[in-house]
Design a protein around this ligand. Structure first.
Ligand code: F0G
Length: 458
């Protein structure tokens, strides 16, 4: 069968408010041409993030009603702990309100000023938490990630030769932990192979350095291993996920992604001493170690989500439906990053708007026009996000000019996605009318969230 059907029926619906391009033109102007400043109600298809935006299943909503809200030792805590251990396999499980809280606690304990933390590519919050602890976050993406159009199976891998060089250069004693982000979100949502996980772990352990996985999208990564890596096609996603974590010393997780929860996260490790220090920090800001900033009902929703996300029918639909968007766009001539990742499709604004120079923010112009054209909200990942050094004020073109269209889990149907392909293709046909933008005002840090823009005339 060519048609992929969503492996679920819809029981509850949320209306979408319809708008026209004329109305959206006024709305985005009033928002200073910043998509983060739009009321979500004025968006037709919201592809800003796949984080916290999943549709929960009937089983998850049912589990919510069983939430035990006891302060200490709630039944929901034990259920959550069992569910995490079943997949991740580590001794200590520390719940947090979301992924970045787990990062802050981990790096707060492990990272000292002068330390260096390598990764395939750090997510912004991971990088910021390392820097906040006085460390330096270093990205070592595989050279195969450089060409956005190259259809290679594991473009999320870490460059292990570069890792060896970095260890030799700074010394293993300066590296408190080596991370791998699966899938590699900031690197196009591309997966990391089991061979690369094994190799990074071996290098880390040969130097006595702990190896951690940023596991936000671990199930999508496990499924790509099943599809693309020799020797894994007969294994279940659960078996593959367990093998991935078996090489690691711990993991951080945002349950807002591959646990289908609207909030939540955790930190997990086998190290008793480290876990004790982490729990001390947890109590200071997140809460008691059996709830860590979450309600008992959230712990229940995550426990059920961690099982559902590893179901093969779901993962098949998830990866095929994301690829459907990337392939549909490619067929219409729209430049996209290939192959499709698990959670998002990335438009290549450099090739979409070659006449707009990087310092006129082609990614931002494209994201704004896509909203006007189709009411679709994506996010610029380019010079607006990464071009400005907040310490020196210097501005430089980023390595990429991308617009990420992140697909919330189980939320939109194929007809919504066909509409996204159609609207983007229509915009592509009138790309020459789209000009550059300038920033009217911006904050010192993380400017993409609140900067305001205007069109450059002419
Ligand atoms: N690590 C990765 C790889 C992420 O993608 C995110 C969040 C985090 C950590 C932090 O988790 O949001 O629960 O605190 N990514 C979202 C996104 C925000 O849109 O990509 P959090």
């Amino acid at each position: 069968m060519k048609t992929i059907i969503e492996p679920f029926r819809i029981k509850t619906v949320e209306p979408i408010k319809m708008t026209t391009p004329e109305v959206r033109r006024r709305l985005i102007e009033a928002a200073g041409y910043n998509l983060f400043k739009l009321p979500a109600e004025d968006v037709l298809i919201d592809l800003l993030t796949d984080s916290g935006t999943s549709a929960m299943s009937a089983a998850q909503w049912g589990a919510l009603m069983q939430g035990d809200e006891s302060y200490a030792g709630a039944r929901s805590w034990y259920r959550f702990e069992r569910a995490v251990k079943n997949v991740f396999g580590f001794e200590h499980v520390i719940p947090t309100h979301q992924g970045r809280a787990a990062e802050r606690i981990l790096f707060g304990v492990m990272v000292k000023p002068g330390h260096v933390v390598p990764s395939n590519t750090h997510f912004d919050t991971t990088r910021a938490n390392i820097e906040f602890a006085g460390g330096r976050a270093v990205d070592l993406p595989s050279p195969s990630a450089k060409d956005p159009a190259a259809r290679l199976p594991f473009k999320g891998n870490m460059d292990t030769a570069a890792l060896e060089r970095l260890i030799a250069e700074v010394g293993p004693e300066k590296i408190p932990v080596i991370m791998l982000t699966v899938t590699n979100n900031s690197g196009g949502g591309q997966p990391v192979s089991m061979a690369n996980i094994r190799e990074v772990a071996a290098i880390a352990h040969a130097h006595g350095i702990p190896f951690y996985i940023d596991a936000c999208r671990f199930a999508e990564n496990a499924y790509f291993i099943k599809l693309r890596e020799p020797g894994y096609d007969a294994k279940t996603p659960l078996e593959i996920a367990r093998e991935m974590f078996s090489y690691a010393d711990g993991a951080t997780m945002s349950a807002k992604k591959d646990a289908f929860a609207n909030i939540g996260g955790f930190l997990t490790t086998n190290d008793d001493e480290l876990a004790a220090a982490e729990r001390d920090l947890l109590i200071l800001t997140e809460g008691f170690p059996t709830y860590g900033g979450l309600a008992g009902r959230d712990l229940e929703a995550i426990a059920v989500g961690l099982e559902e996300v590893l179901e093969e029918d779901y993962l098949h639909y998830r990866t095929v439906s994301t690829a459907h968007v990337a392939d549909g766009l490619e067929a219409a001539g729209v430049p996209v990053m290939l192959p499709a990742g698990g959670h998002a499709v990335y438009l290549d604004a450099k090739r979409f708007l070659p006449h707009v120079p990087p310092l006129e923010y082609p990614g931002q112009a494209l994201a704004v026009e896509l909203y006007i054209e189709g009411g679709i909200r994506g996010v610029e990942i380019g010079t607006v996000m990464f071009g400005k050094n907040p310490h020196t004020g210097e501005e430089r073109p980023a390595a990429w000019e991308l617009v990420r269209l992140a697909i919330p889990r189980r939320v939109y149907t194929q007809s919504h996605m066909d509409y996204v392909i159609e609207a983007t293709a229509q915009l592509y046909r009138r790309r020459e009318e789209i000009g550059g933008m300038r920033i009217v005002q911006e904050p010192k840090f993380l400017r993409h969230f609140s900067a305001e823009f205007e069109w450059i005339e002419g």
